[in-house]
Design a protein around this ligand. Structure first.
Ligand SMILES: Nc1ncnc2c1ncn2[C@@H]1O[C@H](COP(=O)(O)OP(=O)(O)O)[C@@H](O)[C@H]1O
Ligand SMILES: O=C(O)C1=C[C@@H](OP(=O)(O)O)[C@@H](O)[C@H](O)C1
Length: 183
């Protein structure tokens, strides 16, 4: 399926969801399928700050990170035809929603156990540097679920789905929302 058959009207697609949900990985393929460009907000933040996400959290704290995240999102929202793989916490800042809602927001909803398996492969995420990282992940998910639920499209991801299947499910979800808007 291409952008012409989807008639996305050039709006940006914002992928939201917990860390490890596959926003960056799926975003790449989704962008290709839509004929869009992919941007990863974490990558842009590291370029802007000229240091790693972990260093920003360690040296400047989470608040400073959130300000950079909002700045990057605000700059991206001036463009069109982007898939934006956001950071898991972007939904926590109410002011970010004014940018997100200019586009289509897609929630990649991955069950906790499955998220945990993926995250353990790369244990570097700063918010999980706690004594009980699984419990921290669970708490973050509980705190954020109602925020992710504000998305236009909710894609519940089965553990055995390939990136291709996830991207196709997102496109199917978007096509339903667009049809509803057109009627
Ligand atoms: N559909 C998938 N099937 C299996 N592994 C996946 C899938 N999507 C992402 N992953 C893996 O999960 C991890 C987290 O993915 P990533 O795209 O970095 O998540 P996010 O950007 O949401 O934090 C990576 O190791 C990635 O290879
Ligand atoms: O959930 C969060 O608050 C965060 C998620 C991370 O992005 P990913 O969702 O891409 O891992 C990154 O922005 C930072 O570590 C904070």
């Amino acid at each position: 399926m291409t952008s012409t058959s989807l008639n996305l009207k050039n709006v940006n697609v914002y992928l939201i969801g917990m860390m490890g949900a596959g926003k960056s990985t799926t975003g790449q393929l989704l962008a290709q399928k839509l004929g869009y460009q992919l941007f990863d907000s974490d990558t842009l933040i590291t370029q802007l700050a000229d240091t790693s996400i972990n260093q920003i959290f360690a040296e400047q704290g989470e608040d400073a990170f959130r300000k950079l995240e909002t700045q990057v999102l605000s700059e991206l929202s001036a463009y069109t035809r982007l898939v934006v793989a956001t950071g898991g916490g972007i939904v926590t800042q109410p002011s970010n929603w004014s940018h997100l809602q200019q586009g289509l927001v897609v929630w990649l909803d991955v069950p906790l156990e499955h998220l945990w398996k993926r995250i353990q492969v790369d244990a570097s995420r700063p918010l999980l540097q706690t004594e009980r990282p699984y419990e921290t992940l669970e708490q973050l998910m509980q705190q954020r679920r109602h925020l992710y639920a504000q998305a236009d499209v909710h894609t519940v991801i089965k553990p055995d789905w390939s990136t291709e299947q996830v991207a196709d499910q997102i496109i199917e979800g978007i096509s339903k929302v667009i049809k509803v808007e057109d009627t």
